[in-house]
Every structure is written in C-alpha cells, then in structure tokens.
Design a protein around this ligand. Structure first.
Ligand SMILES: [Mn+2]
Length: 328
C-alpha cells in the first residue's frame, strides 16, 4: 500500500490550485464535516475550491452550510452536465474507501489528480497522493493534524466542521474508537470557542416527526438471538412507504440494537428500495464487523461497517445472521 505523508500532501496543496472536494455517497457527519473543513482550509490558503454533493443536504447540516454560499458547492442532478467542473484540476476525496463510493461522480473524478485522505482500513489507495490512517477515529482527526503543516488559523467555521466530523464518528467520544487524541482535539476546539454542546445536540436530535414514526416501526421489529449477543431491527420497503418518510432521513437505526445492554453486535436491515437491503453493523468489543460486511460486498471499520444486498428481505436477514452467528 502506497502511503504519502501529511507534509507531502500539504506541500502539493500549497503549490497547486483549483480543487474539487468530495466525500462518500450517503454522507455521515464525518464525511460532511471533513469536506466542509477542507473547503474552509483551502479558502484560508486563498485556493479556489468547490464541494461536490451527491444530493442536497443543506437543510440537514444547516450549522455548516450557513458559512457557505450557493456557488461554493454543486449538487448532483441526473442528466446534468459536469463539464462546468472542467476548470478544476485536482480533487480531494475524503472518508471514502474506494471509487465506487463516489457514485455518479466516479467517472468524472478519475480524470483528475486525486488526493485521497481516509481512515478506512480497506481503502484501495486509488489516489495520486494517498494518506490512509486506520488508527484515526475520524477523517476530521487527520485534517486537524494536517493544519499544523499548513499554518492555518482555526476559525469558528473550520473548528465546527472538524468537531462535527470527530463527534459524529466517535459517537460524541463514546464509541470504542475514541482515543486520547480525539478527547484532546475536542478539548482544544472547545477552548478555541467551538460550540461543542450545540454540535452534540444536533447529532442527538431527530430530524423530524416522521423520523420518530419510522423509528417506532423499526423498534417494533427488534429481535435478539438466543444467546443475547446479537440484536437487529428490520424496516421493510412497505413500512417506509406507509410512513411516507424521505429516504435520506433514514439513518442511525443501527444504534438502537447496538445499545441494548450485553449485546456484542447490532444490525439494521433497511429495505430502502424494493429488493435492495441496506445493512449496517456495529460491534462493541471483539467482532470485526468489516470482515462480515466484506463477505456481503461491503466494507467499513472493525466496529462499524455496512453493505447493500439484493434479494428478498427475509432471505437476506437469514443469510447475514447465519454468518454473524458463526463469529460471535
Ligand atoms: Mn469516517
């Protein structure tokens, strides 16, 4: 695996201009916080940079988008031309294990000079420059480390973006990947005036009343295996249609089975499209769920992973549970 150093990447960034910034599809807080942080970082170096979004998430992440103007980001639309991005020669890809995770942008991005910064252990090092550190609890941690090579002042918007990234991927410093460095980073940013309480409140709040109705349906279907080691919940496509919830809002369900006392593995099965099951895995102390996700065509981290599997809901659940049971 070819890995560059953070200072090599910092030098490239200082010597070049015109950047696109992108994270993975179905973005989480680390992906959104990281792409924002990079935008603010590049702007403070007087570089031109534009964020690429897979869908419009500006209302979900209002706390960061309030620092941006409309022309600072581009939202993907089917059938629209990406030629307007031709003037950008470099692309910074964040929190993304492989090019497939760039969705519709993949074809376009591969023509550019790619700087790949990530913390997924299964990252395929697809960049011209790569910095992959699986020890980092969030990409936000890596960006924070990189600031010292770039002499960038931490203004409120940059600090907020980094804190959001780290708090999202560490469950507000509660998940097993929270290390002394992530506690120190949050302490530093709090000292610098970033409103950590506001970010935590945002991360813990429900996006809408529909979300709560969807959650009630999903929790109604929660189950535990005979040894009390695995818990899972299920949301079928029919249930999603009945609630009429926006699909973009359905996330974080896996936290509920994961948080049952004594459970090692929590799993969520969400049939976002008929016959296509989104599966998320979380583990507490020993099971490497990224290995299980890999067996079903996905990936992730040892304690947090996911995949999408085609098939009938009940059959997919049975296949996955059989595999998990072999390992716990
Ligand atoms: Mn991440």
């Amino acid at each position: 695996m070819k890995n560059n150093s953070l200072s090599e990447i910092a030098n490239y960034i200082k010597d070049n201009d015109d950047y696109l910034i992108i994270g993975h599809i179905d973005p989480d807080g680390d992906a959104v916080g990281s792409i924002m942080a990079y935008k603010f970082l590049l702007n403070s170096l007087n570089k031109s940079a534009k964020i690429l979004l897979h869908s419009d998430i500006s209302s979900n992440y209002e706390m960061l988008f309030k620092y941006l103007k409309n022309h600072d980001y581009y939202v993907y639309k089917a059938n629209s031309s990406l030629n307007k991005l031709d003037g950008f020669s470099n692309v910074i890809v964040l929190d993304t294990a492989n090019l497939e995770r760039l969705g519709h942008y993949k074809k376009y991005i591969t023509k550019k000079y790619i700087i790949n910064i990530d913390h997924h252990q299964d990252n395929s090092c697809f960049g011209n420059l790569n910095y992959v550190n699986a020890e980092s609890s969030a990409v936000g941690m890596i960006i924070y480390k990189q600031l010292k090579f770039l002499n960038v002042d931490i203004k409120k918007e940059l600090g907020t973006a980094i804190a959001l990234a780290v708090l999202a991927d560490t469950g507000s410093l509660q998940y097993p990947n929270s290390d002394p460095d992530s506690f120190r980073l949050i302490a530093d940013l709090k000292e610098a005036g970033v409103d950590i309480v506001e970010i935590n409140r945002f991360l813990k709040s429900y996006p809408s009343v529909d979300y709560l109705k969807m959650l009630a349906e999903a929790l109604h279907n929660i189950k535990v295996d005979e040894k009390d080691r695995i818990a899972w919940l299920v949301l079928s496509n029919q249930e999603i249609k009945n609630i009429k919830i926006n699909i973009e809002e359905i996330n974080n369900l896996v936290n509920y089975p994961r948080d049952i006392r004594g459970i090692e593995v929590g799993i969520s099965f969400v049939e976002k499209e008929q016959g296509l099951i989104d599966i998320s895995f979380r583990s507490h102390s020993y099971l490497d769920v990224s290995e299980i996700a890999h067996k079903f065509g996905g990936g992730g981290h040892p304690r947090a992973a996911g995949t999408k599997v085609k098939g009938s809901l009940n059959q997919v659940i049975k296949n996955v549970l059989d595999e998990v049971k072999k390992n716990v």
